[in-house]
Design a protein around this ligand. Structure first.
Ligand SMILES: [Zn+2]
Ligand SMILES: [Zn+2]
Length: 139
């Protein structure tokens, strides 16, 4: 049983916000607003408005609750819960499948940058290519 996260302070608790948060908590990968909408409908059987989901996500992002990933040059905005650990994803250019990477390829370079007199706070990395199913080499 997963521990229920506390409702963030300073945020009014509404049913739609609870739904969005619950979907993000269950998600194993970043989701688009559309996917979140579909998940809510699957779970509760009632319709969720995309505009409400968007607004909720925007608010969550402002509160630092959610991280927005703009993959493929911002073409698709995906959201995931801010778990205060960073993750990298590889995106398939053909089917837009997202594959989470187990480790951070930057880790071995960061100490060098720090030594060079720069305090690193974070980084962004975009990895793209083809997944196994889409790779023309496998066709
Ligand atoms: Zn693919
Ligand atoms: Zn990293």
């Amino acid at each position: 049983m997963k521990e229920q996260r506390e409702w963030p302070a300073g945020l009014k608790r509404t049913q739609s916000r609870e739904c969005v948060l619950a979907v993000l908590e269950r998600a194993q990968k970043p989701l688009s607003a559309m996917e979140i909408c579909a998940e809510i409908e699957k779970g509760g059987g009632k319709s969720a408005w995309l505009s409400t989901v968007y607004r909720t996500l925007e608010l969550f992002e402002k509160k630092g609750l959610v991280v927005k990933l703009a993959l493929l040059g911002g073409e698709t905005a995906l959201y995931e819960l801010n778990r205060f650990e960073h993750k990298h994803y590889a995106v398939c250019l053909a089917c837009h499948k997202i594959i989470a990477m187990d480790n951070c390829p930057m880790e071995r370079f960061l100490p060098d940058i720090q030594d060079a007199g720069f305090r690193v706070l974070g980084h962004n990395l975009e990895i793209y290519g083809y997944c196994n199913e889409c790779d023309p080499k496998n066709g």
